[in-house]
Ligand binder design. Sequence first.
Ligand code: SUD
Ligand code: ADP
Length: 282
Amino acid sequence: MLNSITLPSPAKLNLFLHVNGRLANGYHELQTLFQFIDYSDEMSFAVRDDGNVCLNTPIDGVANNDNLIVKAARLLQQKTGCQKGIDIELVKRLPMGGGIGGGSSNAATTLMACNLLWALNLSIEALAKIGLELGADVPIFIHGKATFAEGVGEKFTDMEPPECTYLVIHPGVHVGTVDVFTHQDLPRDTPKLAPTDLDMTKVGNDCQQIVCDTHPQVEKALNWLVEYAPSRMTGTGSCVFAAFDSASHAHQALLRLPSSMTGFVCKGCNISPLHQAIKCIK
Ligand SMILES: C[C@@](CO)(OP(=O)(O)O)[C@H](O)COP(=O)(O)OP(=O)(O)OC[C@H]1O[C@@H](n2ccc(N)nc2=O)[C@H](O)[C@@H]1O
Ligand SMILES: Nc1ncnc2c1ncn2[C@@H]1O[C@H](COP(=O)(O)OP(=O)(O)O)[C@@H](O)[C@H]1O
């Protein structure tokens, strides 16, 4: 019986992001293409018999009770009546509030790991439904395949975009998702696309302009990156990315990055590194 496990908790990019409308509950209807990247936090889990959920590596500025990791494990206990607990260690690499989904990914990895270690045998669909209660982006990390997502991000049509090499830049600012979605100037009326009609040359990120207006550092990062390749923001920001024709060209550009920004080179993955790792264990 498996008692402990170490898993990656990868980031995602929104290769495009359209806002199609606003629902009565204030949430927005979106269309987006999610792709995972091979740049991840690392999470280790070990079963406890006393029922406690212990995150032994707290994140600065995030109380453990507010941490999506702890919330995910407790929600799973509550949904299943499981009496077991869990010790969790996190190595944080993903910038927070960067639109690359670190918190949501950590929650998804926790749900997947506890499902295995507590021998709950919940399906991916059941875990994704539980994950949606924690955040709109959690289900995609449980789904684990690059996908065209609709609704608030829970209706999926799987796709296989090219697994490009990306340079991802963090402009050194945090952008709050709520601030973007409550901004009066956010365009909210982009017509819906049929997934089969998706043409990547004709789509963009509807949140990008207002984030550039409110956070000039994001615009600066986009303008720096566009000298090398077409650049775009992911999610509600603040990270921006561009596809490069080789890892060495991306690393050469990274060496010239202004000191106010940080960045990393990664590769797009149409199967999440989390799911690749779990497949190797099973
Ligand atoms: C828009 C995306 C695209 O990937 O942005 P990023 O957060 O990744 O940048 C995500 O769907 C975000 O997902 P997530 O970060 O899990 O959002 P949640 O915690 O569920 O919601 C945070 C807040 O964003 C707003 N929100 C979120 C999702 C959505 N479809 N409509 C919204 O209006 C709501 O105000 C909500 O209170
Ligand atoms: N495990 C976690 N990792 C990162 N952020 C978390 C976590 N738990 C809660 N949060 C909160 O969620 C916010 C958004 O984090 P994150 O998911 O990294 O950004 P984004 O949604 O922009 O991709 C953070 O600023 C933090 O306050």
